[in-house]
Design a protein around this ligand. Structure first.
Ligand code: IMP
Length: 438
């Protein structure tokens, strides 16, 4: 199987967790490479529900290495709670490895995230308020605190002092917040250090060794291409790179170590937070999709914005990620609609036509979707396990998507349960395919 990158091809929440969980069964390691606890997914295993924000869900399989790479930003409180929660339920966390170079979310990052959004008022991004942006900002400003700093009291204190200093002004309203006390903060973070010390490792070498032995490594992306800080709908984006190239940077391997790149896309689109969304549905159909798809955030509980599938954006995501396969999730949510719409180009001001995803923010903000209409289907497809079990219209829908985007569909999700998937013929050729599908 070797190196497989799994990324979101829309605005996050595409169902990556389920695909990673499926593929992880045959993997030796699962590696997170960007983002932090702004991400979240739920895994149901033997009737038990597990919610993950930082630790790769591969931890549920005994013996797998689950790596939190250098590109991830870690809130150590969330991490230690997650470890405790798993251990309390009898899950062995011995396979967890945390990069010594990953950056830490500090109490002031959370305060700055809140303050930044409050200051923006109506223009706010709608962040998850987990401190993600301020933490990456400190990383770039070379004021970040890293996992390795937790192991040395003197260094930790010095670095916290240096990082806090330039923030005094913005944090003035929080001056009396006890979490900002230098000594208390240092003590708290040293305690986290003791608690996670056993998991801290040189994860770049670890992943390289596995790949060198042609073992199977899954690189698990968080969020999605359209939330990428460079290639997404800036400034309505997250502060990291959820695209496939970041799998290398965020885990310390080179591009040649990657064999396949899977993009995960829902059969429709959702978005959380503010920002342009050309196919957004503010009507009854949008509400129906939200209800049927259970489109409420795992991390924040927020209702997600919903819309028809945007193929202009998906084709763009395929290009910037060099996708080798698509997994289309939640196809079952579209059952029962007479006609389906897919966006094949945008219209701008004065009816200008955009076949490609526009790079200019103002163009994108005014973009309206032009749709192709496709026939719907009424059958329940939850029991379909092969392409031939699907109604003709559902197969046509998938074919249209794959032809337009120029990437084969390898896997289709037809319901929330683990076995509610279809491996397509194209999927069977993937190095990730289970033996039965090949
Ligand atoms: P941040 O990542 O908390 O800074 O939020 C920036 C933007 O990314 C906001 O619009 C969030 O709603 C969005 N976002 C962050 N993480 C996720 C995710 O896992 N799924 C969907 N949207 C996300």
């Amino acid at each position: 199987m070797a190196g497989i990158v799994i990324v979101g091809a829309q605005w996050g929440d595409e169902g990556k967790g389920k695909v990673v969980d499926l593929l992880a069964e045959r993997a030796d390691a699962v590696v997170r490479f960007q983002g932090g606890n702004n991400a979240g997914h739920t895994i149901i295993r033997d009737g038990e529900t597990f919610k993950f924000h930082l630790i790769p869900s591969g931890i549920l399989y005994p013996g797998k290495k689950c790596v939190i790479g250098n590109g991830v930003v870690i809130d150590p409180k969330v991490l230690t709670d997650e470890i405790d929660g798993l251990r309390a339920r009898g899950i062995d966390t011995g396979g967890l490895r945390i990069s010594a170079n990953a950056h830490l979310i500090m109490p002031y990052h959370l305060l700055l995230d809140h303050a930044g959004e409050a200051r923006l008022g109506k223009l706010q991004i709608g962040t998850t308020r987990r401190g993600i942006g301020p933490c990456y900002a400190d990383k770039a400003a070379r004021l970040g605190i890293r996992v390795q700093d937790l192991l040395d009291e003197k260094i930790l204190k010095k670095k916290i002092t240096a990082a806090l200093d330039p923030k005094r002004l913005s944090l003035r309203p929080f001056q009396k917040d006890p979490s900002l006390d230098l000594h208390a903060m240092t003590e708290e973070y040293l305690t986290y250090g003791h608690r996670i010390e056993q998991y801290i490792a040189d994860t770049s070498t670890l992943v390289w060794e596995l790949l060198d032995e042609r073992r199977n490594v899954i690189f698990e992306g968080a969020q999605g291409a359209m939330l990428d800080i460079d290639h997404g709908t800036y400034p309505f984006v997250t502060s990291s790179n959820p695209v496939s190239g970041a799998a290398c940077v965020g885990s310390g391997v080179g591009p040649k170590d990657i064999d396949e790149i899977w993009g995960i896309a829902k059969a429709y689109v959702t978005r959380v937070g503010a920002g342009p969304f050309p196919t957004e549905l503010d009507d009854d159909i949008g509400t129906q999709i939200r209800q049927r798809g259970g489109e409420f955030g795992t991390t924040t509980g927020r209702a997600r914005r919903t819309g028809w599938l945007d193929l202009v954006a998906l084709r763009y995501a395929a290009r910037i990620n060099t996708l080798t396969a698509l997994a289309i999730t939640k196809l079952d949510v579209l059952s029962g609609f007479d006609r389906l719409h897919v966006c094949t180009r945008y219209r701008g001001e004065e009816d200008a036509v955009f076949e490609q995803f526009p790079y200019h923010q103002s163009v994108l903000h005014h973009a309206r979707a032009d749709y192709e209409e496709l026939p719907g289907w009424t059958e329940d497809i939850g029991e379909a396990r092969t392409e031939s079990d699907l109604p003709d219209a559902a197969r046509e829908y998938l074919e249209f998507v794959s032809d337009f985007v120029g990437v084969p569909v390898a896997l289709v999700g037809v319901g929330p349960a683990r076995d509610q998937v279809i491996w397509t013929r194209a999927g069977a050729d993937s190095v990730a395919a289970p033996a039965a599908a090949s």
